[in-house]
Design a binder for this molecule. Structure first.
Ligand SMILES: Nc1ncnc2c1ncn2[C@@H]1O[C@H](COP(=O)(O)OP(=O)(O)O)[C@@H](O)[C@H]1O
Ligand SMILES: [Mg+2]
Length: 296
């Protein structure tokens, strides 16, 4: 049976990285004889009435057999699921992956290794600084410590804090945002692993190193090299993917003491172009293969 898919991407973000991902998925689908239509998320409007859910769109094409959801528009993903369309990744998996605090909570519940983390209490009044919170975080984690915003990417919302003074300043500047205090895994300084999981398999992996920053993904001077993960690393990456209910994900692992892996982040919409440039492995083929297999 020839299955028709929709590929939905964020049409509002600058740059063509997101369209690029959609086109890679489309090419992979074409290779497997599945026709696809690419939509920007804002070309599809979720309509709600009493007992009535629809996706309004200019063309009157019927709903697809599957959706590859390369965006974070959770309401749209959920609307499609309510309409009975299989969505990859699911709205819930994308939602948890997008929110680092929700991700660490899920990983902790599943007994998977993560850096020790303290979630900053939600404070609605700006400018109010809770000294006991900061003191408790300091006592528990020590210095240097990581402060990380729950929503962020490219390492831009991750901070390494050395002193009490810096800590107070940072906490003050983050009021109103969701963030956490986190143990700094010093053995991983400037290095991490990216493992790409599809289904219950690691299909590609690379090591990332930054020459002059604690964050491995900082592009200035950073390098990517193809990597052969250990069994322990593979097992952890697959378990982390399953912990948030994702069908596929790019898992960031830190190097803990004795090289034991620690989960740093789960990316439900990982950049597969970088992985291809580094390893020559086209993850899109695996993603489409997995989806078509699931549906047949
Ligand atoms: N707890 C930590 N200890 C040591 N390094 C960390 C820690 N958390 C993050 N990093 C470094 O910072 C980078 C970015 O952090 P990450 O949580 O993956 O956020 P982003 O979504 O911005 O990539 C990681 O790739 C890693 O190199
Ligand atoms: Mg990351």
């Amino acid at each position: 049976m020839n299955l028709h898919g929709w590929i939905i991407y964020n049409g509002n973000l600058p740059g063509n990285k997101f369209l690029d991902f959609a086109q890679w998925i489309q090419a992979a689908a074409t290779r497997k004889n599945s026709t696809t239509t690419i939509y920007k998320n804002n070309e599809l409007l979720s309509y709600l009435g009493i007992g009535q859910l629809e996706v309004l769109r200019q063309d009157k094409n019927k709903l697809p057999d599957y959706v590859v959801f390369a965006d974070k528009d959770i309401y749209l993903a959920k609307q499609l699921e309510y309409l009975g369309v299989p969505v990859f990744n699911s709205a819930e998996a994308i939602d948890i992956s997008d929110d680092k605090i929700a991700t660490y909570q899920r990983l902790a519940v599943k007994n998977l290794p993560i850096p020790r983390t303290i979630i900053a209490p939600k404070i609605f009044v700006s400018g109010q600084l809770d000294k006991t919170t900061v003191q408790l975080a300091m006592e528990s984690l020590g210095f240097p410590m990581i402060i990380k915003e729950s929503f962020g990417s490219f390492g831009e919302q991750v901070y390494l804090i050395y002193t009490e003074e810096e800590l107070y300043k940072m906490v003050e500047s983050l009021q109103g945002k969701a963030f956490m205090f986190q143990e700094f895994i010093s053995s991983s300084y400037g290095n991490d692993l990216r493992l790409q999981v599809v289904g219950d398999e690691v299909v590609a992996a690379m090591k990332r190193s930054a020459s002059d920053d604690f964050r491995a993904n900082v592009t200035a001077g950073g390098t990517m090299t193809a990597y052969k993960p250990t069994q322990q690393e593979e097992k952890l990456a697959i378990a982390a993917t399953q912990a948030i209910g994702a069908d596929f994900a790019g898992i960031d692992l830190l190097f803990g003491p004795n090289n034991s892996p620690i989960v740093c982040e789960i990316n439900s919409n990982a950049h597969i172009r970088n992985m291809f440039d580094c390893t020559n492995i086209n993850v899109a083929d695996y993603i489409i293969g997995y989806i078509l297999n699931r549906l047949n």
